[in-house]
Design a protein around this ligand. Structure first.
Ligand code: SF4
Ligand code: SF4
Length: 694
């Protein structure tokens, strides 16, 4: 249907478009390749295929915002359909007599059923695309959904502040509307024999505008002319995610969630010198430079960030967005010099860097497999090497960890004091063989608010006949939070100390009460030679019940309880089942909070936050969580005591404080699960002997 001149013009435009697109993506890949080497990725082709399937079924976007995700899914399928629609449109333009209207009746041997099905799908999808794009337009430009905004205290690239994301979105919105409408009009103008029942939208337009060959030409050019412009534009806009997110998913982190990338990947160590951590954008592993191009800029990660919730200047999405616009300015713009500016001036403020609790919620929720948290840890690593000023509390904790092996400024010999005060001997695993080496952790060993629970764990283990021992003064902090603060050297020192202590002991497995210790012992110590099985105490306790070594004597139906999943037990290590099964055995009335399991909300203590001397203003995540628990329990007295159950010593402290600061004492009580187990199995603290009168 196109004239020869039109065909030549189209081919020239198409080749120009391909040229600009090639240049765009080459620039992007060159920039990604400048990133530091990443931990080795295995089975890349298989993972890319899996990622393509994941993207095809849009599996990852439904982790949050289900309604909008459904519309996004429709938009995605609409655009996929349009790849075929455009191909057919080109054929209709170039091949004389090739038309699919009316079941392709002008074509010899056309599979009428198939053609009608295609016409119906493309027609309905066109209508849906227009509706979906209108929803997203209204959300961004009319109702101005707050979820797409950033707090004023979050560092933002100047272009982003000036509305670069909005102009990108507007360009694509206008493209979709123009492209789809023009395609529908092309088909409407073709219908010279009246309506086609398999093209309801085009038929409706035909009933208004009628058929016209000139109309077909004009609409065809508007529809496909836009495509020639938009494809190269996409590589220069935030919509690179169309192409880069499947690649990013295919190359996503392969090691366990709880295992941070080493400070300097081995390949780099064997090659050029690099300081650990990241000061500039290309100090990041190339897979995390790629993150910036894959980012959908959806802010799902910001929604779940506890630091952002509290009003702190951290937004994981702003971090990725800033990376993206920094790279754009440097590669497509005229500011390559900006790549030499520290990341703490261009993508995230120093205060935001130190606000992260390393809860992993942002990484977990990201639909394209981005890891903003890993960037933050790398930036911390370099800031420490460069002598950045640290919060005094963190500084004191690190000093104490270096000298005492604990963050609480306690002498090493005091670590096992609680055990020496017990009514039965607690074995020293470094002196005699035990089956279970109990790695107690700092908070459970030293903090007077938690020590009674530690003692109760020992009593329950003892009652069940568990062969266990502790390492007394030989145990050091496991180093989980030290590593996440960025102190890689100190982390390695602590690992060395603990590995030396393990070497002195004879045991079959490690059991921990602290999820943070559990995480690093399980996921990171194997990199340093540890081969032991590591269990959280909830798993060990459940096994003791299942083997009949513990039995419930008193059902606890007088308690209404909810349970908080600690990040390092739940989201990092999938430890969701054992605590819930235990609560089930105890006979309590159990109610889940809305944010549970993978979606649990961090208490705010991780990543060194519990060490901070300066308390940030705003409602603390733990306070918000206590309110969530009370809302879950609902109004009105049920006659039952309301309990907030924890399985982490740090949670015991964070939430007990939060109950006080929110003025909810008397309404809800924080208890470690061991306290309920003790009550159910009938183990009590021994009575203090009454003083004998002189
Ligand atoms: S790890 Fe948690 S605190 Fe840190 S940026 Fe992600 S969501 Fe926010
Ligand atoms: S990092 Fe992931 S979750 Fe965050 S804005 Fe980008 S795509 Fe969305």
């Amino acid at each position: 249907m196109l004239t020869t001149v039109e065909k030549i013009i189209f081919i020239i435009l198409a080749l120009t478009s391909v040229g600009f697109t090639y240049h765009g993506f080459k620039t992007i890949f060159d920039s990604i390749r400048k990133g530091r080497s990443a931990p080795e990725l295995k089975n890349v082709p298989i993972n890319l295929v899996k990622a393509a399937i994941t993207v095809l079924f849009q599996r990852t976007i439904f982790k949050a915002r289900k309604g909008l995700s459904a519309i996004h899914m429709g938009l995605f399928f609409g655009l996929i359909t349009y790849a075929f629609v455009n191909l057919i449109d080109v054929l209709e333009g170039f091949v004389p007599g090739f038309e699919l209207i009316y079941g392709g009746k002008n074509l010899s041997n056309a599979p009428t059923g198939l053609v009608n099905a295609f016409n119906l799908i493309s027609d309905v999808m066109s209508g849906f695309l227009l509706i979906a794009i209108t929803v997203f337009f209204v959300r961004r430009f009319i109702t101005k959904d707050k979820a797409l905004m950033y707090r004023d205290n979050v560092l933002l690239n100047e272009k982003v502040k000036a509305g670069a994301q909005n102009s990108d979105s507007l360009t694509v919105d206008v493209f979709v509307v123009m492209h789809v409408s023009a395609h529908l009009m092309t088909q409407a103008f073709r219908l010279n024999e009246g309506p086609d029942p398999f093209m309801p939208v085009a038929s409706f337009l035909n009933s208004i505008f009628g058929a016209s060959q000139t109309g077909v030409h004009v609409a065809w050019w508007i529809s496909l002319g836009w495509v020639m412009f938009i494809i190269p534009y996409l590589s220069r806009s935030k919509h690179t995610h169309f192409f880069m997110s499947p690649i990013n998913l295919g190359l996503a982190k392969q090691n366990p969630r709880g295992q941070l990338d080493p400070a300097v990947p081995l390949k780099v160590l064997n090659g050029n010198h690099h300081d650990p951590g990241a000061k500039h954008i290309h100090d990041l592993a190339w897979t995390r430079v790629l993150d910036a191009y894959a980012c959908v800029q959806c802010n799902r990660c910001q929604d779940v960030c506890p630091a952002n919730f509290q009003g702190r200047p951290l937004s994981p999405s702003a971090l990725e967005v800033n990376k993206r616009y920094l790279l754009k300015e440097a590669t497509f713009g005229s500011h390559p010099d900006r790549l030499l500016l520290p990341l703490t001036e261009t993508v995230i403020s120093p205060e935001a860097v130190w606000s992260c609790t390393t809860c992993y919620a942002c990484v977990r929720v990201c639909p394209v497999g981005n890891e903003p948290m890993a960037d933050i840890v790398d930036i911390r690593r370099r800031m420490l090497i460069d002598g950045a000023e640290l919060d005094s509390g963190v500084q004191n904790a690190l000093q104490s960890l270096a000298t005492n092996g604990n963050w609480m400024s306690k002498g090493k010999r005091l670590r096992g004091k609680w055990a020496k005060d017990m009514e039965f001997p607690v074995k020293d695993a470094t002196a005699e063989p035990v089956e279970h080496l109990w790695f107690v952790g700092d908070t459970a060993s030293f903090d007077e608010r938690v020590v009674p629970n530690t003692k109760m764990v020992a009593r329950i283990f003892n009652q069940a006949g568990l062969d266990f021992g502790i390492m007394y003064k030989e145990e050091s902090n496991a180093g989980n939070d030290v590593r996440r603060v960025g102190e890689e050297g100190l982390f390695e020192q602590l690992v060395e100390q603990n590995m030396a202590a393990f070497g002195k002991a004879q045991f079959q497995r490690i059991v921990t009460t602290d999820p943070h210790s559990f995480n690093t012992l399980k996921n990171e110590y194997p990199q340093f030679g540890s081969q032991w099985e590591v269990k959280h105490y909830t798993v060990t306790l459940l096994r003791l019940f299942e083997e009949g070594k513990l039995t419930v004597k008193n059902k606890l139906s007088h308690y209404k309880v909810t349970f908080h999943d600690p990040c390092y037990l739940g989201r990092y290590n999938g430890g969701f089942t054992a605590p819930r099964k235990l609560l089930g055995l105890l006979g309590v009335e159990f109610i889940e909070m809305p944010r549970n399991c993978e979606n649990s909300f961090c208490c705010g203590a991780g990543g060194g936050q519990i060490w901070m001397g300066k308390v940030a203003p705003g409602e603390r995540p733990a306070e918000n969580r206590i309110k969530e628990a009370l809302t879950t329990f609902g109004e009105g007295a049920s006659g039952k005591a309301q309990l907030f159950i924890v399985t982490c010593p740090k949670d015991m402290i964070m939430y007990s404080d939060a109950v006080k600061t929110t003025g909810n004492e008397g309404k809800i009580e924080v208890r470690d699960i061991i306290q309920l187990i003790a009550e159910a199995v009938g183990v009590e603290e021994p009575k203090v002997a009454e003083a004998v009168p002189a």
